[in-house]
Design a binder for this molecule. Structure first.
Ligand SMILES: [Mn+2]
Length: 432
């Protein structure tokens, strides 16, 4: 029983607005599926973010159907689950349900798993769609319950669990599941979301991310150089899975760092390494002082005229004298968001409220509505809301007489002013 495990194919993505990257991502996808077919896999799994967008262009849908029908014609089962990119953003059906070859798992109670028998062995493929997690939110509990339900009734069967989530042991800068929270019973956990290859083994179980299929951003250039890009072929016939990586060609993308004085030399040197007969992206991180900007523009213009047409040159200026740290960590970015909200609210003294508002946003994105209402209750307690109007109490003298009556006098003493029976009703109303 051989599985081709794909994740994060992001079909329909365009890099830096270049149409050829859109086409190449689809070409590489087709090549990968063809390779899997040549290896005679029985099952193809897509662990989320198959599409870059929940409403991909029609030609992406058409091409996907054409490619996958070759697999379906060979009776290969194709399973997918949703990632955060291809989950419908409004009340709508997922794009996957328009592609007849795909069995979408883990979007509702009726599609949590598919079980079948081959050669007297019972196999189950269970999946759960991406659920956005927050630090300290309750979305994780919901996700773990969802996983538990997907796996119910699979004990004693060879089970593959398909998820699209971060695992915080592998990437700490985003909320995620922890390895010890993942169930032990599946023989293979087919992960998606992290765009790099990770294989983790414990007691005969393998948990693996195949990574993205192509270089989808500048940050993935180094990852590609270290570990390649492609998919996994996983054999689950034995007691323990056997996993192999299959490499697939990627978009040609290079990144260099240069100084203004070396720019032309460095670019010409790297051009020798770029393919002659296909398109490439060359990113140059150019270190310069802010007052050299015009000089740099002139040099870059000249450079563009001499480099081949199939090389797309992108210059990323890095101003040495402005001391901007481009390696700002994700934690700092989330602080920045709080800074901005606090500033809009009126300054640093509203920081606590800004933190609460940011959390509200995360909970709403995670669709944890119960937690959203709790967070709203927390937010309305903040003194900010009562201080929108500048605190300016009206000074009143003690009122002794109101509408001609002495307010210090007890009600009984004024009862003659009110009709007796009516008075009793009113008083019993207030006392009751
Ligand atoms: Mn993802």
């Amino acid at each position: 029983m051989q599985i081709a495990h794909f994740a994060d194919t992001h079909l329909g993505r365009t890099i830096y607005g270049l149409t050829w990257t859109f086409d190449e991502i689809l070409d590489h996808f087709e090549e990968a599926i063809n390779t899997a077919l040549k290896e005679h896999v029985d099952i193809i799994v897509f662990s989320g973010d198959m599409f870059d967008n929940w409403r991909p262009p029609n030609r992406v849908i058409k091409r996907t159907i054409e490619v996958l029908s070759k697999a379906a014609d060979k009776n290969i089962k194709i399973y997918a689950t949703l990632g955060e990119h291809d989950t419908p953003k409004r009340r709508d059906i997922p794009i996957h349900s328009l592609i007849p070859q795909i069995k979408l798992l883990g979007t509702n109670i009726n599609t949590l798993r598919d079980c079948f028998v081959i050669n007297y062995t019972e196999y189950c493929f269970a999946g759960v769609m991406n659920i956005r997690l927050t630090y300290g939110g309750r979305a994780k509990k919901k996700l773990l319950e969802f996983i538990g339900r997907a796996l119910s009734g699979t004990s004693g069967k060879k089970t593959v669990l398909i998820l699209h989530q971060n695992i915080s042991n592998f990437f700490a800068l985003e909320p995620g599941l922890e390895i010890n929270e993942l169930p032990r019973s599946p023989i293979y956990i087919a992960m998606g979301h992290l765009h790099r290859r990770i294989v983790y083994r414990r007691d005969g179980q393998i948990i693996a991310y195949p990574g993205s299929l192509d270089i989808l951003s500048m940050d993935e250039i180094d990852i590609y150089k270290n570990e390649g890009k492609g998919f996994y072929i996983v054999d689950i016939s034995k007691d323990e899975p056997v996993i192999e990586k299959v490499d697939i060609p990627v978009i040609s993308m290079e990144k260099i760092s240069s100084e203004l004085k070396d720019l032309e030399y460095d670019v010409k040197k790297i051009l020798l390494r770029l393919p002659k007969n296909k398109n490439s992206i060359l990113i140059v991180e150019l270190n310069l002082n802010a007052d050299e900007k015009t000089k740099a523009d002139i040099m870059v213009d000249r450079l563009r005229k001499i480099i081949p047409k199939n090389v797309h040159l992108r210059i990323k200026p890095i101003y040495k004298d402005l001391h901007i740290d481009y390696k700002t960590s994700v934690a700092d970015v989330s602080q920045l968001e709080i800074d901005v909200i606090a500033e809009r609210l009126g300054g640093e003294r509203y920081r606590k409220l800004a933190e609460k508002i940011k959390m509200l946003k995360e909970l709403a994105l995670a669709e944890d509505w119960e937690a959203v209402y709790e967070q709203l209750d927390e937010i309305v307690k903040e003194p900010y809301w009562t201080r929108i109007i500048h605190f300016n109490p009206i000074n009143l003298p003690d009122i002794k007489v109101f509408h001609g009556r002495d307010v210090d006098k007890k009600m009984e003493e004024t009862e003659g002013m009110i009709n007796k029976s009516k008075k009793r009703d009113i008083l019993s109303y207030f006392r009751g």
